[in-house]
Design a protein around this ligand. Structure first.
Ligand code: GDP
Length: 191
């Protein structure tokens, strides 16, 4: 069972974790162009704006959601912003991450292969109890689909990940993605 000190659950109040109000670092991984920034902007701002990029560097966007059981989860969302090329940075990027979201584009088998690479990286560098989601984005482009839903399901199952197909463009399954992640977070036990 969870001891209450789950990796990545960063307390605001100097040590004690408030199990009702979780704050978690979420890292995004995936090939450039799969829609990571668009997913974040859809979730945080409710917009689809392909021209606007999530801030590069040491900052992140955050968004809080409320769950049915009256707990809240504040996501601090880190976008790689292309830094995935600098392998030396990876351990820093993953450090303290409670959640990793690996994104591919359902029209791009290359991006799916790359997603599998990132899953391996996470297994190497991520915290052992990190919650991992596999996201097949651009589900609105179904007529150009080249990665089947079953391929996504199989990959996720093999790696103990949560799987969902989304569209940042139509907003399909974007909120669901974050809600499902929130439900899967290790809950600190109120000691
Ligand atoms: P990133 O490099 O992974 O952050 O990708 P971006 O968020 O910058 O998106 C790359 C391109 O894909 C942009 O031109 C977006 O308009 C497009 N895009 C992102 N999400 C979707 C989606 O769900 N559906 C469609 N059709 N296009 C998308």
């Amino acid at each position: 069972r969870n001891s209450g000190r789950a990796a990545g659950l960063n307390p605001d109040n100097g040590g004690a974790i408030d199990p009702k109000n979780l704050k978690v670092k979420l890292v995004l991984l995936g090939d450039s162009g799969v829609g990571k920034s668009c997913i974040v902007l859809r979730f945080v701002r409710g917009q689809f704006d392909p021209t606007s990029k999530v801030t590069v560097g040491a900052s992140f966007l955050s968004q809080t959601i409320a769950l049915q059981d009256s707990t809240t989860v504040k996501f601090e969302i880190w976008d790689t912003a292309g830094q995935e090329r600098y392998a030396a940075l990876a351990p820093l990027y993953y450090r303290g991450a409670a959640v990793a979201v690996v994104v591919y584009d359902i029209t791009s088998p290359e991006s799916f292969a790359k997603a599998q690479y990132w899953v391996k990286e996470l297994q190497k560098h991520g915290s052992p109890d990190i919650v991992m989601a596999l996201v097949g984005n651009k589900a609105d482009l179904n007529e150009k689909r080249e990665v089947t839903t079953q391929d996504g399901i199989d990959c996720a199952e093999k790696n103990g990940m949560f799987f969902i197909e989304t569209s940042a463009k139509t907003a399909d399954n974007i909120n669901q993605l974050f809600e499902e992640i929130a439900k899967r977070l290790p809950r600190p036990t109120a000691a």
